[in-house]
Structures are given as structure tokens and as C-alpha cells.
Write a protein that binds this ligand. Sequence first.
Ligand code: CA
Length: 221
Amino acid sequence: MRLLLVEDDSLLGDGIRAGLRQSGYTVDWLKDGRAAQLALESEPYDLMVLDLGLPRVSGLDLLKWLRERGAELPVLILTARDTVQDRVNGLDCGADDYLVKPFDLDELAARLRALLRRRSGRAEPLLRHGELVLDPASHEVKMADRKVDLSSREYAILLVLLENRGRIQSREQLEHSLYGWDGEVESNAVEVHIHHLRRKLGSELIRTVRGVGYVIEKDRQ
Ligand code: CA
């Protein structure tokens, strides 16, 4: 899952980025609202964590702009200003949730999982597909009640495919969700991870759509 973090405080941003990477997100971190606007115009994100007090374009203005464009990206706002009005404004401008600084990283991660659940219209915290069960909180994957060990990148690809069941994910999209801006993309990396996933979870689960990408079909619940 690829996440845009917009936070101008270096220390805090660094901590949040490290924590969210630990939780398995690919994090792109920007420190001003204008840079975030540019990134949002060109990059597909799954989530945004947005500070309100930002240079150049404020968090609230960025949020208004985003919603005016019809973007459904789930947004959690961070605010140091613990006033009711701030939070009300943020939510009314289209934020999906908020946290008041200082906050606990575990709580942030849990709230982001809840936002992803809501986006895909499920109340159930576990992702189930036939005999496959993925727990986004513990990162545990089970097949027919047996634990399956996946590398962090295999897990990340499986999560994207399960969250987007029925929608073909291009190799490029999967690469972006693995590497963001920072990592160097190894050639054929996605193919290699898919190969390993098939070996561990069965060859039927992930379908290759030639020349387009990969998909887990929607039919099984
Ligand atoms: Ca700030």
C-alpha cells in the first residue's frame, strides 16, 4: 500500500515514516502542500496522512482542492491544535479521520487500517479469499488454517491484489506500491515475487493478464 505523508516537522515526519514502513506501507514523505499537490496529480496513492499547518499550501486548502477534483483517497489529518473547530473544519473539508498530536504510532496504524477497510466496504478486519486469510494488523497469512511465511514484499503484493480484487494491477502499479520514490526497482522483481507467491499459495490464486498485469478474481469470498 502506497501512502503519502505530508508533514513539515522533520523529526515527527521521520518518526511517522519509520513507523509506517514498519507497518508495511511504502511511504512517500513531502514537507509542503504544493509539493504534495504535484505528487497527487501524478501518483496513485492508497492513503494520505496530512498535517494541517504546512508551508505554501495549507493542509485544509490541499484537502479542499483534492475533494473538488473528486478524489476519493482516504485522508487522515494530523493536528497539533487541539481545538474542536480545527477537527470539525478538517472533517467537513473531506478528511476521513483525524489524530491530535502527540499520538501513538500504533493508533495511527490502526486508524489507517480502518480507513482502508471502509474504502473497500468491509467491516471485517481480516481479508478472506477462499481458504486464504490475511490479517493486516499482524501481517499474518494463513492458507487452510496453516501459517504461510511471506517476505515483506510478497506480503505487500498480496495485500494490494486482495484489496483490489477483480481489478487488474499493472506491473508498474505493483512496483510503485513496493518501492515508492526511494527504492531502486530491480528488473523483474514483481514477476519474481508473484512466482514465489504462487509457489506458496497455489498457482490458481493470482491470474496473469497478458500484457496488462495481475489480478485476484472477485468471485470467491
Ligand atoms: Ca506543521
